[in-house]
Design a protein around this ligand. Structure first.
Ligand SMILES: *Cc1c(COP(=O)(O)O)cnc(C)c1O
Length: 384
């Protein structure tokens, strides 16, 4: 038997979350953002659940190739554009649309020999100060692109730094609008937080939204709003089994550094999941978990291959019991990835992206709200 740990990708949850995004921004096309190997879910694993999107946005050319290999013939957008001239050849060959955020990328396009002109997304730096042309130079960049025979349609793009927080999007929208109002072309502006929180406040209806995290069922603005508030379902469950139990007496400690000390006699479970599986070592005593679908907590330090959970209120639990680190338990109970993430001082994004290679992955094609036992099948798509 393989080590009893499993990541399950919920196809139905991905579909549901995509639908939620569509409700939040009606009559808008949706880029499902699948960078970082679909936020750790695996592009091949997530594809079935996300193929209802209007396009896929990502950064790595090899991920774009994998999407084409899956048979996706619709739009694919490179969010950082190309990195060197020969990337443009792949764009021509695979029909990839690409972001243009700097002059060097326009230079590359001007040198590029192509039969088919490229669809590009010209990016403005409206305040994030990562990628994009400064507002004052945006029009000049547009004009340069517009005369190139290598360029077909030019769409306009920007990215928000504070859509999840109190600062919001208005200050960036004002900059974007002031410098683009009379330019033709489709607009794409919003990430998940902006799509869910600011769809009305944008002051224009974008042609495309670019949700990532919401599609995977994590709340973009936790803890202000949780995934249940946004009606998002976890697209990934990380579950493992208890492989040993220990009975602690008062004063006994657990794990490295003896960071947890029992204050009363108690039973604990040792779970086949550690930081080498992608569970954060920074999760302190008290981080929520589900043991057989009922809330419990971790105890002591997370080690490389194991962690410890409190079985005080779980008299039936023992070796073989299911422990959900995040996602959905067999009985239907849900523990959002945002909870262990917050306990570790980070965000759901980081946990899902950090799922370790050694964890086998199974794709659950069925309705995520059903309740039957997790089956530790090796998984038809465990190795891709
Ligand atoms: C990652 C990314 C997104 C998606 O952001 P989420 O917060 O995951 O919704 C959208 N646009 C760009 C440019 C990105 O890099």
């Amino acid at each position: 038997m393989p080590r009893p740990i499993l990541a399950t990708i919920h196809t139905e949850a991905l579909r549901h979350n995509l639908q939620r995004v569509r409700q939040a921004s009606p009559d808008t096309r949706v880029w499902a953002v699948v960078k970082a190997n679909a936020y750790g879910h695996g592009i091949e694993h997530a594809f079935e659940g996300l193929r209802g999107a209007d396009g896929f946005a990502l950064l790595d050319l090899n991920e774009a190739e994998r999407l084409r290999a899956l048979g996706w013939r619709g739009p694919v957008l490179l969010l950082e554009g190309v990195f060197e001239p020969r990337d443009l050849e792949l764009c021509s060959r695979l029909g990839l649309w690409h972001t243009v955020h700097c002059d060097a990328q326009i230079d590359m396009l001007a040198q590029h020999k192509t039969q088919v002109p490229h669809r590009v997304f010209l990016k403005m730096n409206s305040g994030m100060n990562r990628l994009g042309f400064p507002p004052a130079r945006f029009r000049a960049a547009w004009t340069r692109l517009n005369v190139l025979p290598q360029v077909d349609e030019i769409s306009l793009m920007t990215h928000f730094s504070d859509a999840d927080g109190p600062r919001g999007v208005a200050h960036q929208m004002a900059v974007f609008q002031a410098h683009t109002q009379d330019l033709p072309g489709e607009r794409t502006l919003s990430n998940s937080a902006a799509t869910l929180r600011h769809a009305q406040a944008l002051g224009l209806k974008p042609d495309w939204v670019r949700p990532g995290i919401a599609v995977y069922g994590s709340s973009p603005d936790f803890p202000q709003n949780d995934a249940a508030h946004w009606d998002l379902q976890p697209a990934m469950t990380l579950s493992a089994q208890i492989i040993a139990t220990q009975d602690l007496q008062v004063g006994d400690t657990v794990g490295y550094g003896s960071s947890f000390t029992a204050e009363q006699p108690m039973r604990v479970g040792i779970v086949a999941c550690g930081y080498a599986d992608g569970y954060p070592r920074l999760c302190p005593t008290g981080t929520p978990v589900l043991v057989e679908g009922v809330h419990s907590r971790t105890l002591g330090r997370v080690s490389m291959d194991m962690l410890c959970v409190d079985l005080s209120a779980h008299s039936q639990a023992g070796i073989g019991s299911e422990v959900v680190l995040w996602g959905q338990a067999s009985n239907g109970a849900v523990l959002s990835i945002d909870e262990p993430a917050a306990a570790a001082g980070t965000v759901g994004y980081e946990l899902m992206c950090a799922l370790a290679q050694r964890v086998p992955v199974r794709v659950d094609e069925w309705d995520a709200s059903r309740s039957d036992p997790i089956r530790y099948l090796p998984g038809k798509s465990a190795k891709l």
